[in-house]
Ligand binder design. Structure first.
Ligand code: BGC
Length: 759
């Protein structure tokens, strides 16, 4: 079998060597500044602190902040908001420290700043890269108006285990889609010019493999083959680097037995030498210190290890600040190691324009002009509506008519506190639109809306306590569960249709929110069962930060709309879709399992030697005794109010050579009764290779809008690059042989053609 070996590593190495030989204005500036810095001041630049204004995600927050800033012992701060407050803090550094070096001001702006967009997993379900980029750009505009210009986003960890709560923060299970989303977000945050006062520096996180924590338990160990790393988990980080991301955050987990934060292979050999990254690397929250618990030594040892591995900035733990000098004296690190890290941090400050004007993000007139404007909220509404996935729509119960009586029930039907979702520390839940309010706004006079809570999110006070750490999310009603249920059934009896809003509270997913059970809490399952017994059309609006196992609900409901946690415009966006002002077009970016025992479950699994044929259990095949291999809803799945028909998949050639481009085309017709959008997906299977290959891999997608009755020809291009993968020796190769191409509406795409690739 012939191979094409891609010389990416060598090329990027050449580029970075060339870069080093040309001295730029930035190099001269930084060198001159560093020549005046003491060792202590250089180490100070490597220190990132938080006074605890945001969400402290570990047990530690920084103390003595003012004194440290004045002493030149702080390179950056996160958790301070507002142009005046940031200016005040910046003044301490600029006016009162010896060299007046400005600080970086950062934050976690994961899905919008004050205008909260849907959680990233939801947003990725729009498959709309322009829209995703636009939300990131708007987040940057709002954040910079409030003094923040360094963002700890995008989170691009591939996640295939919905037990892990942080699946909510990323773009799902797929390397190809995840890479496109990573690039779009970096472009959105950084724009073309990091020095502009409306763009901010992005941080791709968490490098690397954090999404593969064993058993879906947060902060747990990770272990995987290099082939899987390179093919499935690393591409989105690399895509962000290729898009010019300014910063990389190291992850909590170990990679091949060495915690990422102290892993030289990861942070230097791969990230810098192979990928050509030239920004700086920041640790995760106390992840340097946590290497003590990992068993890698004391604080001095793990700090030295991290610096030597290629970590430049230490978040909160102050291991660098308190031990690097000693390590230098003892010869455990070199002055060069410190200089390298310090230079990278100063370069970022230079690129951000801080040396020209350290107060460039402190314009007090901007917040009113730029934050939470009508335009921003309109984008949040659009983004939310585009992120919803229609899972089921029997008897075309949706869109709802604007007549008759709707019973709106469920613990999330009138719950502002749960609309924003996880990791929205800068958003204010009270500014969000609850579903009840949104439906009232849209329904008009012809519709009667009756509302009852029907159930608590959970009846368990101990569970509620764990969820309510950032404010009330699960509020257990004073009325008994029976009373709540009775009320819901009473109004349902008077209604033509029941809309039940059920699911997870926002903090049931996100950081440190792993679950071993993917069901709706029992209180809500019971509500759904009882509502179904009424025999009325039952529309479930489900909210969650992860795929849930909704087998029973899928049987009982007439329709299901998955809305994630939709953000500040939740209620309006949900009403837009329920009443048909927007025809849903979202598609799942994570597989929805039938039960937790199927997990990890993802569409691009490798071929086994004993694949199941059909859906029935067969002895001595790779299947389960008690449940089918298939998921409840596959990756890429999502319905529309209209129907789309795929026809005439054709390939431009039967035999493709390395220098050629294969044109793939398909005819798509909107055969239903509504105008609508469809995400056309292209998958490839490598039929014979030197290693086991996935049964299908996404290699292209297009979101297209078709009027009812309209037909369009959708075209894709495939080249050797899309066919390439990392082989046993970790060379990126495209191997000669047969390939199958599938095009369709989800990862079960049935239309297929075969071609042969030859070098
Ligand atoms: C999280 C990061 C986050 C950091 C700072 C950590 O606990 O893992 O994603 O950026 O805290 O808030």
């Amino acid at each position: 079998m012939k191979k094409i070996v891609y010389l990416i590593a060598a090329v990027s190495l050449m580029v970075s060597c060339q870069q080093q030989t040309v001295e730029t204005e930035q190099d001269r500036f930084v060198s001159e500044l560093m020549s005046r810095m003491t060792l202590e001041e250089k180490i100070g630049q490597l220190n990132l602190i938080t006074p605890g204004g945001g969400i402290p995600t570990g047990s530690v927050v920084s103390t003595g902040v003012e004194e440290k800033v004045k002493a030149g012992k702080v390179g950056g701060i996160f958790g301070i908001y507002g142009p005046e407050k940031v200016r005040q803090a910046q003044t301490l550094a600029v006016e009162e420290s010896r060299l007046g070096i400005p600080m970086l001001f950062g934050s976690d702006i994961i899905h919008g700043y004050k205008t909260t967009f849907p959680i990233p997993l939801g947003l990725s379900g729009s498959w709309d890269l322009e829209l995703i980029e636009e939300t990131a750009r708007m987040a940057a505009k709002e954040a910079t108006a409030d003094g923040i210009f360094w963002n700890f986003s995008p989170m691009v960890d591939i996640a295939r285990d919905p037990r892990w709560g942080r699946v909510a923060e990323g773009a799902g299970e797929d390397a190809y889609l995840g890479s496109q989303v990573a690039k779009a977000m970096v472009r959105g945050y950084q724009g073309d010019d990091l020095g502009s006062s409306t763009t901010m520096m992005a941080t791709v996180k968490h490098m690397a493999l954090y999404g593969a924590s064993e058993a879906g338990r947060d902060y747990n160990t990770v272990d995987m083959s290099r082939q899987r790393m390179f093919n499935d988990y690393l591409p989105p980080y690399k895509a962000a680097v290729d898009a010019g991301v300014g910063c990389v955050m190291s992850s909590f987990n170990d990679v091949d037995g060495i915690p990422a934060t102290g892993n030289k292979w990861l942070l230097t050999d791969l990230l810098r030498s192979q990928w050509g990254f030239d920004g700086f690397v920041v640790s995760d929250y106390t992840s340097v210190n946590e290497m003590i618990a990992h068993g890698l030594g004391d604080l001095q040892a793990v700090s030295a290890l991290s610096l030597k591995a290629g970590l430049d900035m230490d978040m909160v733990g102050e291991g660098f600040l308190t031990t690097l000098e000693k390590s230098l004296e003892e010869g455990k690190i070199s002055e060069e190691d410190i200089n390298t890290a310090c230079r990278r941090v100063l370069e970022a400050k230079y690129k951000l324009g801080l040396f020209e004007d350290p107060y460039r993000y402190n314009d007090i007139t901007r917040p009113v002009k730029d934050i939470l404007t009508e335009e921003n909220r309109a984008l949040a509404r659009k983004a939310a509506a585009h992120s919803f996935v229609l899972l089921k729509n029997e008897k075309e119960v949706l869109p709802l008519e604007k007549t008759g009586t709707i019973a709106l029930v469920g613990p999330l039907a009138n719950s502002k506190n749960n609309m924003l979702g996880t990791w929205a520390p800068t958003g204010n839940p009270q500014l969000s639109i609850a579903v009840l309010e949104g439906i009232k706004n849209a329904a008009g006079k012809g519709v009667r809306i009756l509302h009852a809570k029907g159930a608590n999110i959970s009846d368990d006070p101990e569970f509620a306590k764990k969820i309510n750490v950032f404010g009330p999310r699960i509020e257990i009603d004073e009325r008994s569960p029976e009373t709540l249920l009775k009320e819901a059934l009473a109004i349902s009896a008077r209604a033509d249709v029941i809309v039940a809003v059920v699911g997870e509270a926002s903090e049931m997913s996100g950081e440190s929110s792993s679950r071993t059970n993917l069901l709706l809490p029992e209180s809500q399952k019971r509500l759904v069962r009882e509502l179904a017994k009424t025999g009325k059309p039952l529309v479930l609006v489900t909210m969650s930060g992860r795929p849930l196992a909704l087998v029973e609900e899928n049987e009982l409901a007439t329709a299901m709309l998955q809305t994630w946690h939709p953000g500040i415009e939740a209620g309006n966006a949900i009403a837009d879709v329920l009443f048909g002002a927007y025809n849903p077009s979202g598609k799942l970016t994570m597989t929805f399992p039938r039960n937790v025992g199927q997990v990890p479950i993802y569409y691009s699994h490798r071929a086994t030697g004993r694949p199941q044929e059909g859906d029935e259990f067969t002895k001595f095949k790779s299947n389960y005794l008690d449940v089918s291999n298939t998921p409840l809803f596959p990756f890429g799945y999502g319905l529309s109010y209209t129907d789309f028909e795929y026809k005439n998949l054709s390939l431009s050639v039967d035999v493709l050579t390395a220098a050629e481009v294969l044109d793939v085309s398909v005819e798509l017709t909107n055969t239903g009764d509504y105008d609508g959008e469809e995400v056309v997906q292209l998958y490839v299977r490598d039929l014979v290779a030197s290693v086991t290959r996935p049964v299908k891999e996404l290699k292209g997608f297009k979101k297209v809008w078709l009027k009812k009755g309209e037909t369009k020809t959708i075209r894709f291009k495939l080249t050797a690059d899309e066919l390439a993968f990392y082989n046993f020796n970790l060379e990126r190769v495209a191997e000669s042989g047969e390939f199958q191409v599938f095009v369709g509406a989800d990862s079960n795409a049935a239309l297929q053609q075969v071609f042969t690739f030859v070098e």
